[in-house]
Design a protein around this ligand. Structure first.
Ligand code: S3P
Length: 170
């Protein structure tokens, strides 16, 4: 049984949709950020502050390698996991990768008031979202087996679209 890996920008709804589709398909749900926080005994902002982004990316690779050994998981990833080829190589081993695509404005609406993302600690959050998204868009596309547009659709509509696109791929 393949895993289902959700990739996409911060705040696109990877955890929300991940939980919903895991229930529908009777898969277990795992969030890599939560997995890392548990393993480190530290929050993501604390890890960035004390150990830095490079160390965090290595933790993401370790999480991906550990989770890839399991099956029947829906894995919600951190938005920057696509930056590390070794992480994506591990995650791709036995998985269908779903890219949840959202506009910068939609992301801003979802997380504009959230101050827990270390990479968005700036007064110009929308600008930072646009810049980071432009840097990452090709990576999301490259690794995706299927792409589902989130912006402009209801949560139920998007959940059904993901389930529909997954048919025959698991
Ligand atoms: C990051 C996304 C975050 C978290 C960390 C870095 C990124 O996860 O892993 O703050 O580089 O895009 P979410 O995508 O769940 O916000």
């Amino acid at each position: 049984m393949k895993n289902i890996v959700l990739i996409g920008f911060m705040g696109c709804g990877k955890s929300t949709f991940g939980k919903k589709i895991s229930k529908k398909l009777n898969y277990s749900f795992v969030d890599t950020d939560k997995w890392i926080e548990k393993q480190q005994g530290q929050s993501i902002p604390a890890i960035f502050a004390s150990q830095g982004e490079t160390a965090f990316r290595q933790m993401e690779t370790m999480a991906a390698q550990a989770l890839a050994k399991e099956e029947g998981l829906v894995i919600s990833t951190g938005g920057g996991m696509v930056k590390t080829p070794a992480t994506m190589e591990a995650l791709s081993q036995n998985a269908v990768i779903v890219y949840l695509k959202a506009t910068p404005e939609h992301i801003f609406q979802n997380i504009g008031n959230d101050n827990t993302r270390p990479l968005l600690q700036t007064d110009d959050k929308l600008g930072a979202i646009c810049r980071l998204m432009a840097e990452r868009e090709d990576l999301y596309q490259r690794y995706a087996n299927i792409t589902v547009t989130v912006s402009g659709h209801s949560i139920t509509g998007t959940t059904n679209a993901i389930l529909h696109q997954l048919e025959g791929l698991l």
